[in-house]
Design a protein around this ligand. Sequence first.
Ligand code: ZN
Length: 350
Amino acid sequence: MSHFWEVAVSLLWHRFIWACDGTVMCIEVDSFKRARWSAVASPDLTSAEKADGDAPRQVTYETLDEGRIARIWLNRPQAQNAQSRTLLVQLDEAFGRAEADDHVRVVILAARGKNFSAGHDLGSEEALLERKPGPAQHPTFRSHGATVSAIAERTYLQEWHFFFENTRRWRDLRKITIASVQGNAISAALMLIWACDLIVTADDARFSDVVGVRMGMPGVEYYAHPWEFGPRKAKELLLTGDSIDADEAHQLGMVSKIFPRAELEDKTLEFARRIAERPTMAALLIKDSVNAASDAMGFTEALRHGFHIHELGHAHWAAHNENRYPVGLPPDVPDWRTLGAPKLARRDEP
Ligand code: ZN
């Protein structure tokens, strides 16, 4: 990797990967005066489907094979597909559109660009504008708890609706869903992937949740880590912030297939076509039986409990920090702006 790219990638990470709460990020941006990152990524407005005036859609939707397969694209490659509120609401609409369409049998969730997603969007200009009162404000920042003055209640309600309950809704979609992942999938990226029934990846895929190490939180809001990684591996990855690669994710049973990066799109589609051959009722019976078994083992209740522990974390930091910011700040945690992309966990390295 050239020095230029090392710097550029580093800046992009710093700018986009951090989030787990929406309403307070502007405080952080203001207090840290991170305007110096603002020239790093300029949106490519010409490459995306247009909607809502001139704004590109952050999620696009298409159907293939005479409507049997729907493909949803995260479409913010210039921002490493960081999850703004706009993106999350558009994603919910796209899943809802596939759900309502009786021709659709399988839904592919894919992402444009080098990386699947860098997590929740904490710092992009678009993300700041959608939170603040003004013409660019997303309507969900005037509802769903966003107008409540108490930080803990506001954070709880906003995260319940837009980080937790939506993810659970996607997990229980009445269609079979396949996540198709390349590059880095960091923190909240895992929530989108884990909500899907099947996960296939490119050989360059990396998975991590850095919210524990860099924000003093238990991890992201949809707390499936112990179920996906196994309890001990979950502790290791959350306590170190390290990533695992596609091979390890495959060994853990999280990932079904690993394809060369250049073939990811075609091979995912080929795989989806196999799944789409199942009668829709049979597919649903299989999905529901497995999900019911997970639920009987405590999956949904554990996630509910994990979400509330997560909110305890926000309440703790809001009480602890002088500026009432609801996640850990230096010196309690490292200054994440000085940290790069997550390091790959290796069994022979501490
Ligand atoms: Zn949170």
